[in-house]
Design a protein around this ligand. Structure first.
Ligand SMILES: [Zn+2]
Length: 192
């Protein structure tokens, strides 16, 4: 009798343990499910640079813009304005696209003009997002002798905002390194 009770208790205990484990497992699943549904919204907020108060922003219109800095100052965030319109440089290794390898397109953060495709981005150690090739319709170049250096500045072809500089120490196939400020860029992930 005793042993049979013992066996029954053992079975009950086993069932109880199983039940607890199942509950925990199910809770985890529910938790994961919630996380999964939350994730896209978080990512969208990170990527979604709402330009609702920027009437010049367009990812399709490539017509050249002629907007004064006075006007841009009213539209852009102080950070974007300082880098894109006053040619400041973000601190190395701080930019959101420095260590970033998502698949998609990069646009001008000021006007929405297309600048780079993620397939031309490479892991550079310089501390800024780097590309070996730019959209030919996206950028223009300007000689820059500031800070006692001889460099080539890269600007957005549509709004002439400062993007960064270009160097000839990049990887194949072009040997070019577009060293960009993350702040001047907007990323749009490819739709699956
Ligand atoms: Zn632009």
């Amino acid at each position: 009798m005793e042993s049979s009770n013992g066996f029954r208790n053992f079975t009950q205990m086993k069932n109880l343990v199983f039940l607890i484990l199942m509950t925990l497992f199910l809770q985890q699943c529910v938790q994961k499910k919630i996380d999964l549904t939350k994730q896209p919204t978080q990512q969208i907020t990170m990527e979604d640079n709402t330009h609702t108060n920027n009437p010049y922003y367009s990812r399709t219109d490539r017509t050249k813009l002629n907007v004064s800095n006075e006007e841009w100052k009213k539209i852009l965030s102080p950070e974007v304005y300082a880098i894109a319109r006053e040619a400041n440089t973000e601190y190395p290794f701080t930019g959101k696209y420095n260590e970033f390898d998502e698949v998609g397109e990069y646009y001008c953060a000021v006007c929405g003009n297309h600048l780079f495709r993620s397939s031309s981005k490479f892991a550079s150690t310089c501390g800024w997002p780097s590309f070996f090739e730019a959209d030919k319709e996206g950028v223009i170049y300007k000689r820059d002798q500031s800070h006692g250096m001889e460099r080539i500045e890269v600007l957005c072809k549509r709004c002439e905002s400062h993007l960064g500089h270009v160097f000839n120490d990049g990887p194949p196939p072009t040997g070019t390194r577009y060293c960009m400020n993350s702040v001047s860029l907007d990323f749009q992930r490819d739709k699956k």
